[in-house]
Design a protein. Structure first.
Length: 270
């Protein structure tokens, strides 16, 4: 029996199929996602092997760190090449709440500037085709998509890989709508989907009118209903729940392509 399959490891579920479990299960440590298998990356790798010169490093703060979700995204475009997923210590950003309702049925995570915060997150190393797929899934190529892809440079954002190797920067998806704040104007952190939806629904009668009174109702109504999701996104802004992430200044105009064309902008390679 292969103990490295996603099913065997308990990592097969994709949050898009189980929205209340967003952001999904993450690996325990650095690993190589290869189709339906997740093979550990040995801790004794030479320091320079944690970096991949022909791939772009992308910081995963939500479901992009879920092997089940990544597998699903790649399978949609018949992309079969492996994806290194490297656990890193990241200083300068924290995981906030996107100020939009996803048609997947959840309210997703989005990074925000947090200069004195250090977190254990994953860096996924993507080739050009894989990067185009993830860009498309985040709405980067669309004029009114939910995310931009930004390059977060060191030292403002410090990304330390195993063995102490640090990166000159990392790509990250910054929400175009902003992030939700904690009531004081500061970005709030993402507590997990069920807790988040419960809190948001309790705090807004207008949100309950749109999405029901329980997380289960929210998910059922939101899934695949574009107009309802757009109404929920507008409501966040109307109720003044939204603030900037602080990462908007890193966003630049980008050329993006369609998955499978390898035409996404791909600087800087590492």
């Amino acid at each position: 029996m292969d103990g490295f399959t996603l099913n065997a490891l308990g990592l097969a579920e994709a949050p898009r199929d189980h929205p209340l479990r967003y952001p999904g299960a993450w690996p325990a440590d650095s690993a190589l996602l290869d189709g339906d298998r997740l093979v550990p990356l040995a801790g004794s790798l030479p320091l320079d092997r944690w970096r991949h010169e022909d791939r772009a490093p992308v910081l995963a703060v939500g479901s992009n760190a879920s092997p089940g979700q990544l597998r699903h995204k790649m399978a949609e475009f018949a992309i079969t090449s492996p994806i290194p997923m490297v656990r890193a210590r990241v200083t300068g950003v924290d995981v906030g709440v996107s100020a939009h309702v996803s048609r997947m049925g959840y309210v997703s995570a989005s990074p925000f500037e947090a200069p004195y915060t250090a977190r254990e997150l994953f860096v996924i190393w993507l080739d050009a085709e894989q990067l185009a797929v993830i860009d498309a899934s985040e709405g980067v190529p669309l004029p009114h998509g939910n995310y931009w892809r930004a390059w977060l440079p060191a030292p403002e954002v410090r990304v330390e890989l195993p063995g102490g190797v640090t990166l000159p920067g990392v790509h990250s998806y910054v929400n175009r709508h902003g992030v939700l704040h904690d009531g004081t104007g500061a970005p709030r952190t993402h507590p997990g989907q069920r807790e988040l939806l419960t809190e948001l629904l309790v705090g807004s009668a207008r949100l309950r009118e749109l999405f029901g009174v329980t997380p289960e109702e929210f998910v059922a109504r939101a899934r695949a209903d574009r107009h309802l999701c757009e109404a929920g996104t507008r409501l966040f802004a109307d109720e003044k729940r939204v603030t900037e992430s602080g990462l908007e200044r890193y966003v630049t105009v980008q050329q993006t392509g369609s998955p499978g064309t390898a035409s996404s902008l791909f600087p800087p390679l590492m």
